[in-house]
Design a protein. Structure first.
Length: 339
């Protein structure tokens, strides 16, 4: 009897808990590092008097998008922040985001190429892909063969890297989608881009669910090379003194980190105020300081030692084409890799 009472009480708490709205003014799902989103939430309260609860903080933006889809009939959060715009765009096309164009866009003079033309998401930071190389293993195993540090994406196709490259899975992270798109755009052909993916697959030992999964593995020497976001790589290298070289290849790809409002958001007005706030200098300064991510508006200084965004060489990236072909490209990647 006592056991049944305990189970009954537990069930009641579960049911009540599921139906209780958050006491916060806005609830956030974040694909950002914890320090950055926590500081942004604090700054939002200081600026507006409204409280923000970070209900979910995880690196994989694709996982967050899946959760938003699962909860669509009864949304539990208001804001989806972080992760590249292709993930937000896919969520918008699925009917899971609410349209909102902040007046801060015009005030900040944010370029249209960093914004959703349909108004479902706003870009607020930028990040560039990078190659990381385990310096000790490279010097011991590849340098004696006359091989130089990779300067281009094609350098990773060298048979010397067979079983020594770690990449990411586009099913779970937008960074891998951007990597695929980068190859297509630089080679000016879908077929040539996917031929590159097939050739690289011969050298890949592992595909990680997160865009930065290669960082600890390469640093530990489990592979010689990997692909990750440059800002996260530089940040972790500094913080943990990682023995890796950081390389921004020619014809690089970049992400537009986005923020969006979830359709059916329980706190719509506060969510709109949060988007307004994200496009102001303060959160971009926090993001630059902690995450080393580039702001989309001027007047925000990047930390010392981070290469200027303008100094990197990028492909002619077509965001609209990526959005239109996202599902097809993921399917083709799976057919090639078997993942």
């Amino acid at each position: 009897m006592r056991r049944m009472l305990v189970l009954g009480l537990a069930l009641a708490v579960t049911i009540l808990g599921a139906g209780i709205a958050s006491a916060a003014d806005v609830v956030i799902y974040a694909a950002l590092d914890k320090k950055t989103i926590d500081e942004i939430a604090d700054a939002f309260k200081q600026a507006t008097g409204l409280t923000a609860e970070v209900a979910l903080q995880i690196e994989q933006a694709g996982t967050i998008a899946s959760r938003i889809q699962t909860e669509a009939a009864n949304p539990r959060a208001d804001i989806f922040i972080g992760g590249n715009s292709s993930i937000h765009d896919s969520a918008a096309k699925g009917g899971f985001l609410a349209k909102y164009v902040s007046p801060e866009v015009a005030r900040a003079k944010i370029e249209q190429k960093y914004l959703d033309p349909d108004g479902f998401w706003s870009g607020w930071y930028l990040g560039a892909l990078a190659v990381l190389v385990n310096e000790k293993r490279f010097q011991a195993e590849l340098a004696p063969k006359g091989i130089k540090l990779p300067a281009t994406w094609d350098d990773l196709l060298n048979p010397a890297y067979k079983g020594e490259v770690i990449a990411a899975n586009p099913a779970t992270t937008g960074g891998a989608v951007i990597f695929i798109a980068t190859q297509i755009f630089r080679l000016r052909s879908e077929d040539k881009g996917f031929q590159y993916i097939a050739d690289l697959h011969k050298n890949v030992t592992q595909y990680t669910p997160g865009a930065n999964g290669s960082i600890p593995l390469v640093a530990q020497g489990q592979a010689i090379a990997g692909i990750a976001w440059g800002h996260d790589l530089i940040r972790q290298k500094r913080a943990e003194n990682l023995p890796v070289a950081v390389i921004f290849p020619k014809d690089d790809g970049y992400e537009i980190g986005a923020v969006s409002i979830i359709k059916g958001a329980p706190h719509l007005s506060a969510a709109q105020k949060f988007v307004d706030f994200i496009l102001t200098p303060k959160p971009m300064e926090i993001n630059a300081k902690n995450g080393l991510r580039y702001p989309v508006r001027g007047g925000v200084t990047m930390p010392e030692g981070v290469p200027a965004f303008e100094s990197l060489q990028f492909v002619n990236y077509d965001q609209g084409r990526v959005a239109a072909n996202l599902d097809a490209w993921k399917k083709r990647w799976t057919q090639i890799t078997g993942k």
